[in-house]
Design a protein around this ligand. Structure first.
Ligand code: MG
Length: 159
């Protein structure tokens, strides 16, 4: 069995008048993430990790923020496309581990739902996906609730 590993990171600004979408789940909050697509930082970090594992570049290359067709895009649909790219090359996901860093709101009640949404989109089992949530202990821009960031590691396997 051959393996490849990739890591991904993303951050978006928190602003008023936008929905907060993480891992494909809309989370009730008075602020949402600003971005060209739905600004789902968790899904973006996972996509970058998948692409990175196969040296295929990053999501900005496949879904440029200057391209109007990705305006307001559901990031799960982008994730599905990245997954197809990975599978077309003969690889599949071994497991994903990820962390969301957000001061507020409390994300724990939503983690299972995110996991289910991502697993459905990737056609893998929920137990292949780890999602952790932590705060930044009030430090820096994330601690001041100016944004939310996410980190992901993905292991790809092939026979
Ligand atoms: Mg992004």
């Amino acid at each position: 069995m051959k393996i490849r590993i990739g890591n991904g990171y993303d951050i978006h600004q928190l602003v008023e008048g936008r929905p907060l979408i993480l891992g494909g789940v809309e989370i009730p909050h008075h602020l949402g993430l600003l971005g060209h697509s739905d600004a789902d930082v968790l899904t973006h970090a996972i996509m970058d990790a998948m692409l990175g594992a196969l040296s295929l570049g990053d999501i900005g290359h496949y879904f440029p923020p200057t391209d109007p067709q990705w305006a307001g895009a559901n990031s799960l649909l982008l994730l599905q496309q990245v997954n197809e790219l990975v599978r077309d090359q003969g690889w599949e996901i071994g497991n994903i581990d990820s962390t969301i860093v957000a001061e507020r709101p409390k994300l724990k009640p939503h983690l299972k739902n995110m996991c289910r949404m991502l697993a459905n989109t990737l056609a893998i089992n929920p137990d292949q996906i780890g999602i952790k949530a932590t705060t930044n202990e009030k430090l820096g821009p994330v601690g001041r609730e100016e944004g939310i960031c996410a980190l992901a590691v993905v292991l790809l396997v092939t026979q």
